[in-house]
Design a protein around this ligand. Structure first.
Ligand code: PMP
Ligand code: GLN
Length: 389
């Protein structure tokens, strides 16, 4: 008998391999400077590694509680209260997740039913729409204002109807590096006040907001906090993207539904990392000093780019820098963004991410994204190559 794999109808017909994986593989193959996928090329604090090592040595190697170890949930509650003035109960309102990616998927699976609509603001992180579709929901894409990437509240309001279950926001924003203002957060709060619409607030870049601005978490706005899953990621804050540990803060009734899915999704998240992170969080310096650390890298990179023909967009938050390629001297500037990024990686030796990858319809605005979470030598090597264009 011939073994045969049964025919399968894909659940995600539009999905291939993520752009981040594709560009990192190409950068490695071509030995290019990888400013594409967002991750640091430097080490995390050795004290954090030691804290995790200590936890393993002390025998913290079995299943932790389903929602995460109490000490880490308490440390998150303390930080959110100190920074944003909202008291989450760590017992019933904070859950430790396998990174923000799992947090977002689990929140969506917990609340989105077949046919429900979820508003996403494009450009948006690439997991949101497939997550919504896996839940049987329908993603409704509302564009951020072209050119400035500001939220367009008239369009958001127009997209809300009786089938709208949730809206996903992301500030600081990947990929545009913009942040939401107090006025933006208040507009959203007012808009949602009379509606039964939930909020998923992806705040993974919360500690990368540059002076004079500060991060305005949804936790600061009672009308938003009451309806929000607020998503954080230790990977971004502590330079450990590969550890995949994050948190979700949400009111108790939302957390209860979240945990129903979480317990059958991952059940729980690796124990020694949680103990190590809890111990490390006793010192606020690592996240408190992060804006100055990244602002210096941003400024180094922007100063160098200002000498090139790339047109710089603002970088108010996150570790990304977007540039417009239309003024470059090379004919490849007229290629679609994705092809330009392939060419830039292969021929110039610098990997970047096309903004078109963050739009369902592949909208092309001649803008590409660089990540500056890199050693200064890496940034300088990239700048030297980019100066040729
Ligand atoms: N949301 C956004 C906007 C991101 O940029 C990332 C980082 N890839 C994630 C979520 C996922 O974070 P994590 O690595 O913690 O899953
Ligand atoms: N968030 C990172 C980025 O935007 C990549 C994460 C991933 O590879 N999925 O570059």
């Amino acid at each position: 008998m011939n073994p045969r794999t049964p025919a399968l109808q894909t659940k995600l017909p539009k999905v291939g391999t993520t752009i981040f994986t594709v560009m990192s593989a190409l950068a490695a193959e071509k030995n290019a400077v990888n400013l594409g996928q967002g991750f640091p090329d430097f080490h995390c604090d050795p004290k954090l590694v030691q804290a995790v090592t200590d936890a393993m040595t002390a025998g913290h190697n079995q299943y932790p509680p389903m929602a995460g170890i109490p000490a880490l949930r308490q440390a998150m509650a303390d930080k959110v209260l100190a920074l944003h003035g909202h008291a989450y109960d760590p017992a019933t309102e904070i859950t430790i997740t396998a990174g923000a990616t799992q947090a977002i998927l689990t929140a969506i699976l917990a609340v989105v039913r077949a046919g429900d609509q979820v508003i996403v603001l494009e450009p948006c992180y690439d997991s949101y729409v497939p997550n919504i579709e896996l839940a049987g929901g329908v993603a409704v894409a509302v564009p951020l204002t072209p050119g400035t990437f500001r939220p367009d509240f008239d369009r958001i309001a127009a997209a809300i109807n009786s089938r709208t279950r949730a809206i996903i926001i992301n500030s600081p924003h990947n990929p545009s590096a913009t942040i939401w203002s107090d006025a933006d957060m208040r507009r959203l709060q007012d808009l949602l006040a009379p509606k039964d619409v939930l909020l998923i607030s992806d705040e993974v870049y919360e500690h990368m907001v540059y002076a004079p601005n500060e991060h305005l978490s949804a936790a600061r706005y009672p009308g938003l906090a009451a309806r929000a899953f607020i998503v954080s990621s230790f990977g971004k804050t502590y330079h450990v993207t590969g550890w995949k540990v994050g948190t979700v803060c949400a009111p108790a009734p939302l957390t209860a539904e979240f945990r129903k899915v979480h317990q059958f999704n991952v059940f729980t998240v690796n124990t020694p990392m949680q103990h190590g992170l809890a111990a490390y969080m006793a010192d606020p310096a690592p996240w408190r000093d992060l804006p100055a650390f990244y602002a210096a890298k941003r400024d180094l990179f922007r100063t160098g780019l200002a000498q090139t023909r790339f047109r710089l967009l603002p970088s108010e938050g996150s570790y990304f820098q977007c540039v417009d390629i239309s003024g470059l001297a090379v004919p490849e500037r007229d290629l679609p963004e994705a092809d330009f990024c392939q060419w830039l990686t292969r021929e110039i030796g610098v990997a970047a991410i096309p903004l078109s990858a963050f739009y369902g319809n592949g909208f092309d605005q001649k803008v590409i994204r660089f990540c500056y979470a890199k050693r200064d030598e890496t940034l300088k090597a990239a700048l030297e190559r980019l100066a040729r264009l």
